[in-house]
Design a protein around this ligand. Sequence first.
Ligand SMILES: [Zn+2]
Length: 371
Amino acid sequence: MQIKEILSVLEEMAPLAYAEDFDNVGLLVGDANTEATGVLVCHDALESVIDEAVSKKCNLIVCFHPILFSGLKKITGKNYVERAVIKAIKNDIAIYAVHTALDNHKQGVNKIFCNALGLINTKILIPKQNFIQKLVTYTIPENVEELRNALFDAGAGKIGNYEDCSFNSKGIGTYMGNEESNPEIGERFEFVENEEIKIEVIFEKHLQSKILKALFTTHVYEEVAYEIYDLQNAHQNIGLGMIGELPQEMNETDFLKFVKEKIDCGGIRHSQFLNKSIKKVAVLGGSGSFAIKNAIASGADAFLTADLKYHQFYEAENKLLLADIGHFESERFTKNHIVDYLTKKISNFAPSSPFGGIILSQENTNPVKYF
Ligand SMILES: [Zn+2]
């Protein structure tokens, strides 16, 4: 199996189009047209992890955080990023980063976080804006089913827990072809009035070329009439953070004890207790100070995230319990999810690594220690 085949499974797990604009996801180092020997999944592709990949004969490292985040002008090994990249290239090891592509996924980082806490009724905290487009097209009744199905197969028509969603309305279409036309119905220079069906479907904007290909290959007219619109609706299934509910409410002390145990935190820094019980919990794995206002607006009793500065604890405004549980800790189960996903989806991988096909790194790359 080639590395690129494994990368396409990773893209199914977390489409790169879901990543934030500032991010640097996907294949960062290496050649995807190489035979894969084994996959090592880690949180941070540090030099020690590259060493582990070498010793375990894995030539693909899948990391959560992109080791290459901003541009490098010199690669001389003067810092930990450059040393990791040099070592990977010297040893023919490819590095692929998932990061916000998985943060924004409904089954991604924050769902994993919620699952670790046993939260129920989860939904996205900050649904992604400017991500949905709408296709409107017109065809004859005989073509509707085939065309609609082709659009659905290309990814159109998904709304929340529903698929194959479309709106269809009857109308009259008119046209007259010129001397170079070749109309499916009628003749050149003939004014034609046809009963047509207007089909409307929505889709994620990164699927546009696939949707248009399905439209053009399935529509029966020589000239396809269609419109594409940007929608302002938020995408309820893509976005950062998540909110859910504890099956049973608890007081603040019990809640923090519970979080510490479930997530295995070295320590939790938190805003002052409000003597309220905790039921609704918002989470955002990694640096989430930007989402404090969203957590408050969502009606959460507590917001768990990481990388909070002194003044940001004031932003809780006595409206919720704000807790910094540690950056690594808040994302710690993500790598296990990636291993499970790849193991389930790749059944025909015969790795040459004696350690197996998909391996969880044993390196602890958390740079923060607790005293
Ligand atoms: Zn992170």
